[in-house]
Design a protein around this ligand. Structure first.
Ligand SMILES: C[S@@+](CC[C@H](N)C(=O)[O-])C[C@H]1O[C@@H](n2cnc3c(N)ncnc32)[C@H](O)[C@@H]1O
Length: 274
C-alpha cells in the first residue's frame, strides 16, 4: 500500500485528481492521495493491472471502468434523521405550514445526494407520521446520487448495522412501525413508505431532471466536495428544480453565505428560493 501510495505523485496524481473532477465534479485535494490509493488498490487486483499509472491509463482510455471509479471515489457517509434541528423544522414547521397552504397537492421532495437512502427513508417515515394525523396528505420522495452502488442499496430498502442501530436507539418506535426484521437479521422498510420513494442516478452538475419540480430539496453534505464555482452551478440547478418559494436544506457544515443571491436565509441550514 505504502509503495502504491508513494508512486501516486506528480503527474499521475494530477491526472487522477483531474479524472475525479471530470467524472464526479468533486474537487479533491492532493492530501486525499492515500485515501484514493487505498480505495483504488483492490481494483488493480480485479483488473489485473500492476500500477496506478496503468489504472489511470485504463480510465483515460475507455468508459468501462468509469462508473466503478465514480462509486469508489465518492464518500457516502449518512444517517437516518441526520441533524435533529433539520427534522424538527421539517416535521413541526414545514409540513404543517405546507399542508395548510396546499391541502390538495402532492408534496414533492428531492433527496439530492441520497447515498444509501437513509435521508429519503427518514423523509418517508416523517411524512407517514404526518399522514397519520392528516390522512389525505400525499407525498413523493425522489432520491438521487451519482454513485450506482449506493443507489442499489437505497432502492433495496434493506438496512443493517451502524445506521439502523442508531435509528433503533434514537427512534425505536419508528423501527417497530416501519421496518420488518428479516431472517438474516437485516431490516426491510415497510411498503407503506417505499411506495412513495423512487431513486434515480443523477449528477448534480447536470441540469435537473426534466419535468420535475420540487417543493423542498435536501442537498445535504455534498456541496462541501465542490469548489466555489461548482457550488454556484449546483445551486443554480437546485434553484431551477425548486417551485416558487421552495425550500433548500443544507448539511451541518454548509452555508450559502457566499452564494445567497438566489436564496433567502430562513434559519441555519434552511433557505428559501428567491
Ligand atoms: C456524504 S454523502 C451525504 C448523504 C446525505 N445527503 C446525508 O447528508 O447524510 C454525499 C453523497 O453525495 C454524492 N455525490 C457526490 N458528488 C455527486 C454529484 N456530482 N452528483 C450527485 N451526487 C454526488 C456521493 O455519492 C454521496 O453519496
Amino acid at each position: 500500500m505504502a509503495e502504491a501510495a508513494k508512486k501516486l505523485e506528480g503527474a499521475a496524481l494530477t491526472r487522477l485528481l483531474s479524472l475525479v473532477k471530470t467524472h464526479t465534479g468533486i474537487t479533491m485535494e492532493e492530501r486525499k492521495r492515500d485515501m484514493l490509493t487505498a480505495r483504488i488498490k483492490p481494483r488493480l487486483r480485479i483488473l489485473g493491472l500492476e500500477s496506478m499509472e496503468d489504472y489511470i491509463d485504463h480510465l483515460e482510455q475507455g468508459k468501462v471502468e468509469i462508473q466503478d471509479f465514480v462509486n469508489l471515489v465518492t464518500t457516502n457517509e449518512t444517517h437516518f434523521f441526520r441533524t435533529q434541528a433539520v427534522w424538527d423544522y421539517f416535521q413541526n414547521e414545514y409540513l404543517p405550514e405546507w399542508y395548510k397552504k396546499n391541502p390538495d397537492t402532492i408534496l414533492r421532495i428531492w433527496s439530492a445526494a441520497a447515498s444509501t437512502g437513509e435521508e429519503a427513508h427518514s423523509l418517508g417515515m416523517a411524512c407517514e407520521e404526518f399522514r397519520f394525523k392528516h390522512p389525505s396528505f400525499k407525498y413523493k420522495v425522489m432520491g438521487s446520487d451519482i454513485d450506482t452502488e449506493v443507489l442499489a442499496k437505497a432502492r433495496s430498502g434493506v438496512f443493517r448495522d451502524r445506521t439502523l442501530d442508531e435509528l433503533k436507539n434514537r427512534h425505536p418506535t419508528l423501527v417497530e412501525k416501519y421496518f420488518r426484521e428479516q431472517a438474516d437479521g437485516t431490516f426491510r422498510i415497510s411498503p407503506v413508505v417505499s411506495a412513495n420513494l423512487e431513486f434515480f442516478q443523477h449528477n448534480l452538475h447536470k441540469a435537473p431532471p426534466k419535468g420535475l419540480m420540487f417543493d423542498i430539496v435536501f442537498l445535504r453534505n455534498v456541496l462541501i466536495y465542490f469548489n466555489d464555482q461548482d457550488q454556484e452551478l449546483v445551486l443554480s440547478n437546485m434553484h431551477r428544480a425548486l417551485k416558487p418559494e421552495g425550500m433548500l436544506i443544507l448539511g451541518e457544515s454548509e452555508s450559502l453565505a457566499r452564494h445567497k443571491a438566489q436564496f433567502t436565509f430562513k434559519k441555519p441550514l434552511i433557505y428559501m428560493k428567491g
